[in-house]
Design a protein around this ligand. Structure first.
Ligand code: ZN
Ligand code: FE
Length: 253
């Protein structure tokens, strides 16, 4: 069994450490803040041996260089990570396997937020690390990709087993919930979840990780095919409905 430790980082990021007690290996999912990651490792008594990057953005790969320098850890990530000055030791693409001791993660291409964004999925542990592709009740901004690409990416995540636990990289859920309620106001599961999110955030508790089944019931981006009719796009392809919802979210105040 792997141990997963999540902690708040920077303004609204989460740091995530994954530890394999058997081999003693520890990986950080992305590197939002090198000092915070080293402090979290020290508090746990874990030694950082790997970095798994999801995409090149500074709040995800900005700590690679100092962590590499201080620990000599092995960096795995998409080729685009070299855009911020430190190429991964191992560049991976969809279909590749990444190891933490005996545990194996599959790389899934989830491009859209950035072109080369990847997710790591550990089937045996029922857990996925999705960076800024899918958020609780949201998804990443489409900075580099196209609607069809991003929709394909989200569809791959939606096709994982319903009970998959997903770790995303930001605590954006409360504001995502407001938007979700505006486009999907009659969704009872969403209303219930929005109340739960209010309660959690008022108690300063995280809403991450999330469970895929709940996301499929309540996340307006995953529900694009269902929300189509409401948007007056009943005959449009799913990715166009997704694109419309993404655009509405970009302009939502
Ligand atoms: Zn990002
Ligand atoms: Fe981010």
């Amino acid at each position: 069994m792997l141990e997963i430790h999540q902690f708040p980082c920077l303004e609204d990021n989460y740091g995530i450490l994954v530890h394999d007690p058997e081999s003693g290996e520890t990986t950080t999912i992305d590197t939002p803040d090198a000092d915070a990651i080293l402090a979290a490792c020290a508090a746990k008594g874990w030694r950082l041996t790997q970095i798994w990057n999801t995409h090149w953005h500074p709040d995800h790969a900005g700590g690679n260089a100092p962590l590499k320098e201080k620990t000599g850890c092995l960096i795995t990530g998409p080729a685009e990570v070299s855009r911020i000055g430190m190429a991964p030791d191992r560049v991976v693409v969809e279909g590749d396997g990444v190891h933490l001791g005996e545990a194996q993660a599959a790389v899934i291409d989830v491009g859209g937020h950035t072109l080369g964004h990847i997710a790591y999925y550990i089937a045996k542990e029922n857990v996925g690390f999705v960076g800024d592709s899918l958020f609780a009740l949201g998804c990443g901004r489409m900075f580099e990709g196209e609607p069809k690409q991003f929709w394909t990416s989200l569809s791959k995540l939606a096709a994982l087993p319903d009970d998959t636990t997903l770790y995303c990289a930001h605590e954006y859920t409360a504001s995502n919930a407001k938007f979700a309620l505006s486009v999907d106001p009659d969704n009872a599961a969403l209303q219930t979840r929005a109340e739960e999110i209010k309660r959690l955030r008022a108690a300063n508790k995280p809403t991450v990780p999330m469970v895929l089944a709940e996301e499929k019931r309540t996340n307006p981006f995953l529900r694009a095919p269902i929300l189509k009719a409401r948007l007056g796009m009943a005959d449009a392809p799913d990715h166009e409905a997704f694109a419309r919802i993404r655009e509405m979210k970009d302009n939502f105040r």
